[in-house]
Design a protein around this ligand. Sequence first.
Ligand code: ADP
Ligand code: MG
Length: 301
Amino acid sequence: MKIAVLSRNPRLYSTRRLVEAGQQRGHEMLVIDTLRAYMNIASHKPQIHYRGQSLEGFDAVIPRIGASVTFYGCAVLRQFEMMGVFPLNESVAISRSRDKLRSLQLLSRKGIGLPVTGFAHSPDDIPDLIRMVSGAPLVIKVLEGTQGIGVVLCETEKAAESVIEAFMGLKQNIMVQEYIKEAGGADIRCFVVGNKVIAAMKRQAKPGEFRSNLHRGGTASLIKITPEERMTAIRAAKVMGLGVAGVDILRSNHGPLVMEVNSSPGLEGIETTTGQDVAAIIIQHIEEHARPNQTRTKGRG
Ligand code: ADP
Ligand code: MG
């Protein structure tokens, strides 16, 4: 097969591993710099151009779209979808996953366990909003943050009020969430491919920190997940419409709670921690599922 990897940097671990795994399985792999792909939208025959040439004959596309280029990246991916190329994750599902609030609303509709979460516009509603999530300590999150940036733990209601007011004053959309203390600064990353959790790791925040992100100094270790956690992760990926997803789960004393669903989960942490060849499993998934013109949404919606 001929497979495109949409990525800004061919040297990134995840990009390199996907290219390697694809080549090892006999595929032609081409890394396309997302921001250098340009499109002819008006023609009857949708096209993508890259470095002066029209991209033709691709069977599948692997989007590795960074959070900062979501808008343009999804437009390029949509164009591939209109050309009938099989996307590992669809553009619509990626856009959904990039908005934390929208994702939680979709997940809650299907009854998936989530931390109690509130969202408001007016500063006048802050006190009630705080009561809604059962008071302090609580977590405040910028809707489009990643890698732990924009996630704040407020120990007291006074602190929470000031932080919420500050974010609102800066016109930043935020949500307020119950703090799952019993998780102890740890969460579980479940790597879902198709309808399976193919690898899982526990991430533990460094001492004095509650955010377990590896980018914030968290450490990863092997973990055995429960059948309930496995089911939850698979269902969450399915509700989001993602073929490949990193589902982050908090262990609360009333069961697994989904914190977020990542549509471009990194391969380095999970491969190093679990020893699984995640890249090869992803390529196999593409081999099994890539058929022309099978995108569910074809870029609609
Ligand atoms: P990001 O997209 O920036 O990674 P997350 O929502 O995943 O944002 O939050 C970052 C980290 O903060 C999580 O990995 C988790 O360790 C911690 N965290 C987030 N929300 C909660 C919560 N409600 N209760 C306890 N810990 C949380
Ligand atoms: Mg996260």
